[in-house]
Design a protein around this ligand. Structure first.
Ligand SMILES: [Zn+2]
Length: 189
């Protein structure tokens, strides 16, 4: 496995552990070139998933890209690597179970936002910001307004961001102007 930090292929497995439910094997790896440590997960892929982008192009689903986009959104939030893995796996299972045609990148984005909005409001806002590809300040503020209306987190006195949840969320895949961010290749090659 190539080192994500220095690209060296000289990496070693230091520790392997199977998940309690046997659904994946987690390996701690060490790069002898730069000394970095990183984790990989080995898991089953039941079938190939194809994703239709908004420009009509169909591309293979890439689990790693989805994982990365969620990791970025969850950075420094109280969400463990294992939790993120479970989120990605649950999305992957849902995609595999969808047998009627291709999945759109939009649908995947909505699945992610649905999960994140119930898990961590900051991660949700970050992910949504990339997904909706806000290019105007007004669009972003409108988005925040819709959130503020539905949750009590901005209530006076409630300063505990970690306790926030967004259970009543209604996710609009087309907000604010039907422009979904395919340019950053959020979920696919
Ligand atoms: Zn390295």
């Amino acid at each position: 496995m190539r080192c994500p930090f220095c690209a060296s292929v000289d990496t070693q497995v230091k520790d392997s552990r199977m998940a309690e439910d046997g659904s994946y094997i987690k390996r701690r790896r060490f790069c002898s070139e730069c000394g970095s440590r990183f984790t990989t997960f080995e898991r089953i892929q039941l079938k190939d998933i194809m994703v239709k982008k908004s420009n009509g192009v169909v591309v293979p689903f890439e689990r790693e890209k989805l994982l990365k986009s969620i990791q970025v959104a969850c950075k420094k939030r109280p969400i463990s690597d294992e939790r993120i893995e479970k989120i990605v796996s649950s999305i992957q299972r849902q995609l595999e179970a969808n047998t009627d045609g291709e999945i759109t990148s939009k649908e995947i984005g909505v699945l992610v936002m649905d999960i994140l909005s119930n898990l961590d409001i900051i991660a949700y806002i970050r992910f949504a910001s990339v997904y909706y590809n806000f290019d105007k300040k007004e669009d972003f503020l409108t988005f925040i307004d819709t959130i503020k209306k539905e949750i009590s987190i901005f209530d006076e006195g409630n300063k505990n961001l970690d306790a926030m949840s967004y259970n009543k969320c209604t996710i609009n895949p087309d907000f604010p102007n039907n422009q979904v961010n395919d340019k950053n290749d959020l979920f696919e090659k």
